[in-house]
Write a protein that binds this ligand. Structure first.
Ligand code: FES
Length: 156
């Protein structure tokens, strides 16, 4: 005789449903609303919580897989809250050719920020470039990065 085993329900971490609903209400009527909604949710909450995927999918008449696919495809979208200030370091060609990789390694070793690699910040003529908490910084040097990361503590 076989025994039926019922898996426990998957628990989602709590998140701010009202904030997500506000973003959806503001942006659902835009053309191609998924990206604007995801940007809005990340701006509001600092990340796109896994629990919000179903809420967004239902509101935009999409499948959860479609929403999840977009979130995981774009590096910009964070599925967990950042730990500390967010420093984005450009790894695209122009920055890479003038020391961007060394800056990325330096930033990761520093440990005061959540460090994310990104591919072009639109500051190629002033490479290498980074962005701290949404503020761009160009013509970076190791010394300037040290100063910037020391100041990053002010964002905590
Ligand atoms: S390549 Fe780094 S800002 Fe464009």
């Amino acid at each position: 005789m076989s025994e039926t085993v019922i898996a426990p329900p998957v628990r989602q971490a709590p998140y701010n449903r009202e904030a997500v609903a506000r973003v959806i209400a503001e942006r659902r009527h835009l053309d191609g609303p998924l990206m604007p909604v995801l940007h809005g949710v990340q701006d509001a909450l600092g990340h796109v919580p896994s629990g919000a995927v179903g809420q967004i999918a239902q509101a935009l008449n999409l499948s959860r897989a479609e929403v999840h696919g977009v979130i995981t495809y774009y590096h910009h979208f964070r599925q967990e809250p950042a730990r500390g200030p967010v420093l984005q370091v450009c790894r695209a060609e122009s920055c890479r050719s003038v020391g961007g990789e060394a800056l990325l390694a330096q930033a990761r070793a520093h440990g005061s920020c959540t460090v994310e690699a990104v591919y072009c910040l639109g500051l190629c003529a002033q490479s290498p470039a980074v962005m701290l908490q949404g503020q761009p910084h160009a013509c970076m040097t190791p010394a300037k990065l040290d100063e910037l990361m020391a100041e990053a503590g002010d964002f905590r």
